[in-house]
Ligand binder design. Sequence first.
Ligand code: FAD
Ligand code: DHB
Length: 391
Amino acid sequence: MRTTVGIIGAGPAGLLLARLLHNAGIESVVLEGRDRAYVEQRQRAGILEQGTVDVLREAGVGARMDREGLPHDGIELRFDRRRHRVDFPALTGGKQVMVYAQTEVCKDLIAAQLADGGPLLFEAEALAVEGADTAGPRIRFRHEGREQTLDCDYVVGCDGFWGVARKAVPEELVRTYERTYPYAWLGILADVAPSHDELIYNRSDRGFALMSMRSPHVTRAYLQVPAGTEAESWSDDEIWAELDRRLEVDDPTWRLARGPITSKSVTPMRSYVHEPMRHGRLFLAGDAAHIVPPTGAKGLNLAVGDVITFARALTAYVEKGDTEALDTYSETCLRRVWQAERFSYAMTTMLHRAPDATAFDDKIQLAQLDRVTTSKAAETDLAEAYTGFPV
Ligand code: FAD
Ligand code: DHB
């Protein structure tokens, strides 16, 4: 088999890239190791930045998002029994974010690709990328019980943190930067209307909590738990009781709405960057190249930024013979990646309580929150980063 762009992975990065290339008249083949149901049901991110929303609309896959997604104009920061609302449009010249789950973004992109796009093969596991620094890179993959080869002009590794693509970059050229955190997120979905109409990022002496949502009838919530926690070790009652305690506030109108919990899972927290993001004709995008801790909702949006950058760069080459944007892909992406790493780290360390936190650490966190909620400059910085850096 042969194609112009071989894409490994049908997460948001690979699927959106296939759509952008299709719209630009460039052929691609997507190889996805798992089956369609798995990809469409994997619970992950929920917040789309303004730029991500705009790109999905421009790419022709925004109709259901515009019908069913929930545009949000702000978030609540809750700490020290106080509530503070951050007003995004007022601070950023009109930007919003959209609550629309990654599962739904993937379903919309898969439907569009199967309707009129290039091949999208499920249960096609890439085994290795070969010849990355030659004019004819190849993907070796297994599909329908046999090993096959996809010959490409370019390969884009959108295969997530556990993928194979980045292994094709020679070790001596690679530099990785990593930080793990001594805590994780226990995430739940519950069949109950959200307790508040915007997200709540909550710092307490018992640890972080986040109240989010998936629809007007479904609550998504997260609790900071020790790294290595098993989701099933928390009963439903324990989860609600802990959310209640962490979210306590001096506001008699606040009430946590409880309902049946339909899913529980634990997400580890990690910061990771793989440099460079390009080797020859192999390009890395999304979680294949970088991971952020989820506080601040940057993971999916960063993946989108990478594939927009690649699609624009390849289009410039195809239409004008200009290779500059392809040549500088890694540098262009990494600048934005490190801004997201910085923001995600800052939000994480401002809002989570480390197991060895001292009274000094607590006071510093409260001072940071006091600053963000009393200085227009500090609050604007948070609002700009949350709603997204330009691609
Ligand atoms: P992925 O979504 O990981 O997609 C990679 C795809 O490649 C997968 O479909 C995988 O099956 C496929 N693949 C892997 N190896 C191969 C192979 N060898 N051959 C073929 N296919 C392969 N972000 C947030 O902002 N908020 C959250 O709450 C949040 N929760 C998360 C929970 C978990 C458990 C994880 C892992 C991530 C979470 N993230 C969250 C991050 C966000 O979901 C990711 O940043 C986003 O999915 C990145 O998209 P991607 O397309 O780069 O990678
Ligand atoms: C969600 C996830 C996040 O990481 C975040 O910062 C906000 C919301 C969510 O899954 O709804």
